[in-house]
Design a protein around this ligand. Structure first.
Ligand code: PYC
Length: 320
């Protein structure tokens, strides 16, 4: 049996990027092997034996609370180039849309992409992506589904609220608030309000046992002329998504489709709280709705992370 001891490698190689403003740190070398035949098993192994590395890689002092990490592994499916496990300041994500776009740009940057199309395995399924000549990445997500429309909840300190529950690779509660505009100057209130909603959702347990609605997504009218809607997304670790959130936009597409407001193939242009944008649409395969999400990522750094045994903060820390 392997121990869950806190061993640190001497160095971990990473490539940093941002996708429409949201950071991704791809681990390319130095992480111990994650055991398991499936991506879920590897994610569980990572959690059981290397969770201290998750924190050390994405949190302060090497990163910060908004950074999403992506660990590359060998693929588990035939035809896939690699496996990828996404993680953040508090744990693990099923899929991560902005992160996937960052991974594709990173693989291209490293010269590891063979051609323009790639399949990657995640703990919630395989996804396909294509890198266009201008650097735009389009990925075909795992199937999205609307779980329930018009759910009424009572949130202490906020009152009654109506929203939808949908899966887009992670679970989302999608709603809008009349009296809180989606502007960065309202960030403290947006974080506080969405955190309250999430606490209430935890208590209510609206999805299956073992599943958690860990993202809350607010919508308003867009501020850009080339967008259909603006959003604010609370992520599991208390941070907000600077991008329009790939899995959140996928969940939104499923909700719009369930309401009869978006047909298959119809474009949806989702603006984020920072003013960046994803374009999304749905296709149908074997009776399931497949979200397609398009956006851009830019490489910001290639670094070697070091872990000095004398360093009190070697294992990283979170301000939250
Ligand atoms: O783009 O799917 C996404 C995402 C999830 C959390 C942060 N970004």
């Amino acid at each position: 049996m392997r121990s869950a001891g806190k061993d640190y490698p001497s160095a971990i190689e990473v490539v940093d990027s941002h996708t429409e403003g949201e950071p991704t740190r791809v681990v390319t070398q130095g992480w111990p092997t994650c055991e398991g035949d499936s991506m879920q098993a590897r994610r569980d192994d990572l959690e059981a034996h290397h969770d201290h590395l998750r924190r050390a890689v994405v949190c302060e002092p090497r990163g910060h609370d908004a950074v999403v990490g992506a660990l590359l592994t060998p693929p588990v499916e035939e035809g896939s180039l690699a496996g990828v496990i996404f993680f953040n300041n508090v744990g693990y994500l099923g899929m991560c849309g902005h992160g996937l776009i960052g991974v594709v740009r990173t693989l291209a940057h490293l010269g590891r992409l063979q051609g323009r199309e790639v399949r990657l395995d995640t703990p919630v399924g395989s996804v396909a992506a294509e890198l266009a000549a201008d650097g735009t990445v389009t990925f075909e997500n795992v199937p999205a589904r609307c779980h329930s429309l018009g759910v009424q909840i009572e949130v202490p300190g906020l009152g009654p609220l109506e929203g939808d529950v949908a899966w887009g690779g992670n679970w989302f509660f999608l709603t809008h608030l009349e009296d809180l505009s989606l502007e960065l100057e309202n960030l403290d209130r947006l974080l506080e309000t969405t955190s309250r909603i999430r606490t209430r959702l935890d208590e209510l347990g609206l999805v299956d046992e073992g599943e958690v609605i860990d993202h809350v997504e607010l919508f308003s009218a867009p501020t850009r002329e080339d967008a259909d809607s603006r959003n604010f997304v609370l992520c599991p670790g208390g941070e907000y998504d600077r991008s329009p959130c790939g899995t959140g936009t996928s969940a939104k597409l499923a909700v719009l489709h369930a309401r009869g407001e978006l047909s298959v193939g119809q474009r949806w242009r989702q603006e984020s709280i920072t003013g960046s944008r994803f374009v999304g649409w749905l296709s149908e395969r074997d009776g399931e709705l497949i979200p397609h999400i398009q956006g851009r990522a830019f490489i910001t750094a290639r670094s070697t992370l070091l872990f000095d045994p004398e360093d009190f903060f070697r294992g990283g820390f979170s301000a939250r």
